[in-house]
Design a protein around this ligand. Structure first.
Ligand SMILES: *[C@@H]1O[C@H](CO)[C@@H](O)[C@H](O)[C@H]1NC(C)=O
Ligand SMILES: *[C@@H]1O[C@H](CO)[C@@H](O)[C@H](O)[C@H]1NC(C)=O
Ligand SMILES: *[C@@H]1O[C@H](CO)[C@@H](O)[C@H](O)[C@H]1NC(C)=O
Length: 384
């Protein structure tokens, strides 16, 4: 357990998760709580440690898989601990690239111009969307879009009716091209953003709208964090991580929850329901466990980055299994030609797990594959 003040700051990261770090990065393993979990596992599941760094938070957030002529690559964001050792300095997040075939790591966008990046996603036209959390004063949080062939970066939005965004955290694209993102006030709490001008909202951005393009779709959160559409886009799931607030402090009475909303007319959210409260395998102090990044596979199973690895739920909200890791997982991405590799950003390590199931985004607009006798196939006949 870190005790001195500087290290306490290190503990407080945007993708706020902490469990005791085990001394080695030994094998991952699966915890299987239901036969249903076997629907998504191949007969010979494999774990691979792809890359490891001496820097904590090197593999932090925003994993976005891009196909190419080869095996494709991942773009992701880092959060070096430097700022937290020297509170006066600005944080130094950058965007990095992992080439899957060669295993080569490179810098995609230096921290000096990356504007404190966090969550990312590939859009429907193969561009990179980035949540940039910004800095103090005139550098608000914003959403940018990068054309990978030219490197050109466009700012899509940085304010709502003239009020600056807080520090956008995670982002997802709907099949109609609209962009949905969370905007918690972690930047202010971490002392690199100015006082919030807006609530901890969830937004829909329509980049093609003629008039106002940014709408608040959900409110009432204490730190909205990851978000994901169900494969049929009838639901939006949002994680809430208020249980971590100030540096190193845990608030078990605040949310570490996953909520689900109905998507109405493709544009609005209604009927908030509690989907699950996320816990930890291992307890350290008051840390109740925190959900962070969230993704769907094509069968409708829900994968959540959490304090003890990746937790997998069926759509009833039953925890059916876990991919346990020695440290927290802040976010995950499906990738590979068939989309059946799961990439895990686990603090200073990048892992890969081969699954039977593919990521939902790999099967959009195509026939949904039969997923065994999974109860989650019921999902595709929603009763609402
Ligand atoms: C699928 O069906 C078989 C046969 O009824 C049953 O043994 C098995 O437990 C089921 N698996 C799941 C995941 O429901
Ligand atoms: C990216 O830029 C290239 C070169 O200007 C252009 O041909 C392409 O259409 C752009 N991509 C998108 C999705 O706009
Ligand atoms: C959204 O609207 C804002 C305010 O009018 C504008 O500055 C911004 O360029 C718009 N973004 C897009 C992607 O159209």
């Amino acid at each position: 357990m870190h005790t001195d003040k500087d290290n306490m700051r290190v503990l407080f990261v945007i993708a706020v998760l902490f469990i005791p770090q085990l001394p080695c990065y030994g094998e991952l393993h699966f915890a299987i709580y239901s036969d249903e979990f076997k629907n998504i596992l191949p007969e010979d599941p494999t774990f691979e440690l792809l890359a490891k760094s001496d820097e904590p938070y090197e593999f932090h957030e925003g994993p976005a898989y891009f196909p190419d002529d080869n095996d494709g690559f991942l773009l992701y964001t880092t959060q070096p601990a430097k700022k937290y050792k020297d509170p006066k300095s600005d944080p130094q997040n950058s965007i990095k690239k992992y080439d899957i075939r060669s295993g080569e790591l490179s810098t995609f966008r230096e921290s000096s111009v990356a504007h404190m990046p966090n969550g990312q996603v590939r859009d429907t036209k193969n561009r990179l969307l980035t949540c940039e959390q910004g800095y103090k004063n005139l550098s608000p949080g914003r959403i940018t879009r990068t054309n990978l062939s030219t490197g050109k970066v466009e700012v899509l939005v940085d304010s709502h009716y003239g009020l600056h965004l807080n520090s956008p955290n995670d982002i997802v694209v709907k099949s109609d091209g609209t962009i949905w993102f969370t905007d918690p006030s972690y930047g202010f709490m971490q002392d690199f953003r100015s006082k919030p001008e807006l609530g901890d909202f969830v937004y829909r951005l329509d980049p093609d709208a003629k008039g106002p393009n940014l709408t608040v779709v959900a409110d009432g959160f204490n730190k909205p964090n990851g978000l994901a559409f169900s494969p049929d886009e009838h639901y939006l799931y949002i994680t809430e991580s208020g249980a971590i607030q100030l540096p190193g402090s845990w608030h078990p009475n605040l949310p570490h929850h996953i909520y689900r909303y109905h998507v109405v007319n493709g544009r609005h959210l209604r009927n908030k329901e509690l989907f699950a409260v996320v816990g930890n395998q291992v307890h350290e102090g008051d840390n109740p466990g925190i959900p962070d990044g969230i993704k769907f596979d094509q069968c409708g199973y829900v994968y959540v980055g959490a304090g003890d690895g990746v937790q997998v739920f069926n759509t009833n909200g039953d925890l059916i299994g876990k991919i346990l890791t020695p440290t927290f997982v802040s976010n995950i991405a499906f990738g590979g030609k068939r989309g059946n590799y799961l990439y895990l950003l686990a603090n200073s390590v990048l892992y890969r797990v081969r699954l039977r199931a593919s990521g939902a985004e790999f099967s959009r607009n195509t026939e949904i594959q039969q997923c065994g006798n999974a109860s989650s196939t019921l999902y595709f006949n929603p009763t609402n």
